[in-house]
Design a protein around this ligand. Structure first.
Ligand SMILES: Nc1ncnc2c1ncn2[C@@H]1O[C@H](COP(=O)(O)OP(=O)(O)OP(=O)(O)O)[C@@H](O)[C@H]1O
Length: 264
C-alpha cells in the first residue's frame, strides 16, 4: 500500500509515568485517504494526533510523511481542535488571510492570496460572513472558519481532533456533510479523532480502533467499503452501513468495554 503517512512502532511514554500511553502503534495511511481513530476516553487518541502534528516527540518509533520523518510542527499538517482557536479581533476573512500570508504567502501575489482566501471561504459556504468577527457567528460557523483556515494552508494532511464534538446534532450533521464535500473536492488526506461511531462510518475509508489505555495500540482496522458520495439518509438503513456500525460498536462495547464504566 501507498505509505504516504507511515506510523511505525510508535510508543509514547510521558515523563513520571510508569507505563506508555501508546505502545507499538503501526498505521499506514494512503494519500487522499480519510481515516478515523476511535477508542475510549483516555486511550491516547489526541496523543497520537499530537505526534503526527509534531507537537509531541515519540518515545520510540516514528512518523514519516512522504519519506520525511516528522520532527516538529509544519504547515504540511494542519490541526483543527474541538474548540475553535480563531483570533477574536480579526474577521473571518482576516483569520484565514493571516494563515495564508504566513504559510503559502511568499509563493503567491497579493491578488492570488485574496482569491485563495475567497475560494476557501466559499468551500465552507462562509462567504456571506467574511467580514464578521468570531463573537458575531455561531459555534458551527466558527468551526467552519477553523476548517477553512486549516485548509487554506494547503496541508498535505488535515488533522481533526473531535472537530464537531462541541456542536449540537444538527449542526454536526451539516459540518460532516461539508467535510465530505471538501474531502471530495480537494482530495486532502484526513486523520480524524472521534467518539461518534456513526460519524466514523459515514466519513471514513478506514476506522482505526484503539484498545484501552495505558499501553493502547491498534486493536482492529475496519475498511468502510461504502461508495462515495455518501448520503446520510440513504445510508441509515443500508446493510453495509449498519454492519460497519455494528462492528465498531462490538469492538468498543463488547471486546474493549470502557474501563471507567466497568470499574464503576
Ligand atoms: N502531557 C501529558 N503528560 C502526562 N500525561 C498525559 C499528557 N497528555 C496526556 N496524558 C495522558 O495520556 C493518556 C491519553 O490522553 P489523550 O488525551 O491522548 O487521550 P484521548 O484518547 O484523546 O482521550 P479523550 O477521548 O478523553 O479526549 C491519558 O491518560 C492522559 O492523562
Amino acid at each position: 500500500m501507498d505509505r504516504f503517512l507511515d506510523i511505525s512502532r510508535l510508543s509514547i511514554q510521558f515523563p513520571r509515568s510508569a507505563v506508555p500511553v501508546l505502545r507499538q502503534v503501526d498505521l499506514q495511511i494512503a494519500r487522499g485517504e480519510y481515516v478515523a481513530v476511535i477508542g475510549h476516553s483516555g486511550c491516547g487518541k489526541s496523543t497520537l494526533l499530537n505526534v503526527i502534528a509534531g507537537l509531541l516527540p515519540p518515545s520510540a518509533g516514528g512518523v514519516v510523511l512522504e519519506g520525511k520523518e516528522i520532527d516538529g510542527p509544519g504547515p504540511d499538517r494542519a490541526v483543527v481542535f474541538q474548540n475553535h482557536s480563531l483570533l477574536p479581533w480579526l474577521t473571518c476573512y482576516e483569520n484565514i488571510r493571516l494563515a495564508v500570508d504566513q504559510t503559502v504567502g511568499r509563493k503567491m501575489s497579493k491578488a492570488e492570496r485574496h482569491a485563495w482566501v475567497m475560494e476557501t471561504l466559499a468551500l465552507v459556504h462562509m462567504t456571506p460572513a467574511k467580514d464578521k468577527r468570531p463573537a458575531e457567528i455561531s459555534g458551527g460557523m466558527k468551526q467552519r472558519i477553523g476548517i477553512a483556515r486549516a485548509l487554506s494552508m494547503r496541508p498535505k494532511v488535515l488533522l481533526l481532533d473531535e472537530p464537531f464534538g462541541a456542536l449540537d446534532a444538527l449542526t454536526r450533521a451539516h459540518l460532516q456533510d461539508q467535510v465530505m464535500e471538501i474531502h471530495a473536492a480537494r482530495g486532502t488526506t484526513v486523520v480524524m479523532i472521534t467518539h461518534d461511531v456513526d460519524e466514523a462510518v459515514l466519513l471514513s475509508d478506514r476506522i482505526v480502533m484503539l484498545t484501552n489505555g495505558p499501553n493502547a495500540t491498534v486493536g482492529e482496522i475496519l475498511k468502510v467499503e461504502l461508495p462515495r458520495p455518501r448520503n446520510r439518509l440513504a445510508l441509515a438503513a443500508d446493510p453495509a452501513f449498519v454492519a460497519a456500525r455494528t462492528a465498531v460498536l462490538e469492538f468498543l462495547h463488547a471486546r474493549h468495554a470502557n474501563p471507567a464504566m466497568s470499574a464503576a
